[in-house]
Design a protein around this ligand. Structure first.
Ligand SMILES: Nc1ncnc2c1ncn2[C@@H]1O[C@H](COP(=O)(O)OP(=O)(O)OP(=O)(O)O)[C@@H](O)[C@H]1O
Ligand SMILES: [Mg+2]
Length: 319
């Protein structure tokens, strides 16, 4: 049995009287992708910063081992094994992409020729060769993100932390990034990734943990998490607020989204189930403007676990 790449037990962190991480356990086997999923402010960045030695956990926090090294006693060894791409770019806009990369090579004390070789290889791999001589401030968001991750890889880290690597990227750039992340793992690295995008975790991660209120609300493969929410749901949307309120009154158990005038009811999507919903609406004399049947996806898991209202966001079609 080899050590897991990342192992943390009873991870705790508070800022003042705000408990951000309330004793969470995280284990990531070598050569896998782990995704920490959570809404804004859930503590994802805090977890990444602690695991990557940038921030100290609370004194009553449990042990953390990164690449087999105990963070409390061997932080320097752990640091040598990891690379971190923060949520906010570490790219210096005033210098070129290549200069940013060479700076990282210097920070890793790579001999000049080797540094240049590694940098050229990464620029090529991240499709940045043509732009390498231009100031990074002229790069698009997607290019900056790619440069950011390329910079993280200069030192050849075995364990890579990516804090929301695709936030703000368009669907195509997100796909490119997914390809890059998969390649990292094919090459043997371990990836710890945070995201707000459920489909991203679904797409990439071997295991997913949902962070909510400082705790892991659920953990498992995408399939395991989806099985937590059997049957899917029916979504009814209204344009008339009065019709919406009448429907909400007769369909007890429906989750309300008052802003979108939408109701969500647990349902197996079967004929009998749908008929019962429609009969109840008929009896109340209301008609929905839109009815959609959903089979469970990670969104359902997420909103079931975190007890949130149902968002009315269009699903991006990224495939
Ligand atoms: N240095 C700090 N001092 C005080 N509070 C902090 C500090 N860093 C983070 N917090 C608080 O900890 C909580 C979790 O923040 P964190 O950045 O880890 O969330 P996140 O899940 O990464 O959110 P986002 O999706 O917005 O990036 C927030 O309430 C934040 O205000
Ligand atoms: Mg964050």
């Amino acid at each position: 049995m080899t050590d897991p790449a990342i192992a943390a037990y009873g991870l705790r962190k508070s800022y003042g009287d705000r408990t951000v991480l309330d004793g969470i356990d995280l284990t990531v086997p070598e050569g896998t992708i782990f995704s920490l999923l959570g809404p804004n402010g859930a503590g994802k960045t805090t977890a990444v910063k602690i695991l990557s030695t940038l921030v100290s956990p609370d004194p009553d926090s449990g042990p953390i081992r990164i690449g087999g090294h105990d963070l409390a006693t061997h932080a320097q060894d752990a640091r040598a094994a990891i690379g971190v791409t923060g949520q906010f770019s570490a790219v210096d806009g005033l210098i070129t992409g290549e200069e940013n990369m060479l700076l990282m090579a210097d920070l890793h004390h790579l001999p000049r020729a080797e540094g240049q070789r590694v940098v050229a290889g990464l620029l090529e791999r991240f499709d940045l060769t043509a732009a390498a001589g231009k100031p990074a401030s002229t790069y698009s968001g997607g290019m900056k993100r790619r440069l950011d991750i390329a910079m993280t890889l200069v030192g050849g880290p075995r364990i890579i932390f990516l804090d929301e690597p695709t936030t703000g990227l368009d669907p195509r750039s997100r796909h490119t990034m997914w390809g890059i992340i998969r390649e990292l793992v094919t090459d043997g690295a371990t990836v710890f990734l945070t995201t707000q995008y459920l489909e991203e975790a679904d797409e990439l991660a071997d295991r997913i943990a949902v962070l909510h209120d400082g705790r892991i609300a659920a953990e498992g493969t995408a399939g395991e998490l989806k099985r937590l929410v059997p049957g899917g749901h029916v979504r009814l949307r209204f344009t008339d607020p009065a019709a919406y309120r009448s429907a909400a009154a007769v369909l007890d158990g429906a989750a309300r989204d008052d802003e979108a005038l939408a109701l969500r009811l647990p349902s197996d999507g079967g004929q009998r189930d749908l008929r019962s919903v429609l009969d109840r609406l008929d009896a109340a004399g209301v008609e929905a403007d839109e009815l959609t049947v959903h089979t469970p996806d990670l969104d359902d898991v997420f909103f079931t676990l975190t007890g949130g209202v149902v968002p009315d966001r269009p699903k991006e079609n990224v495939r």
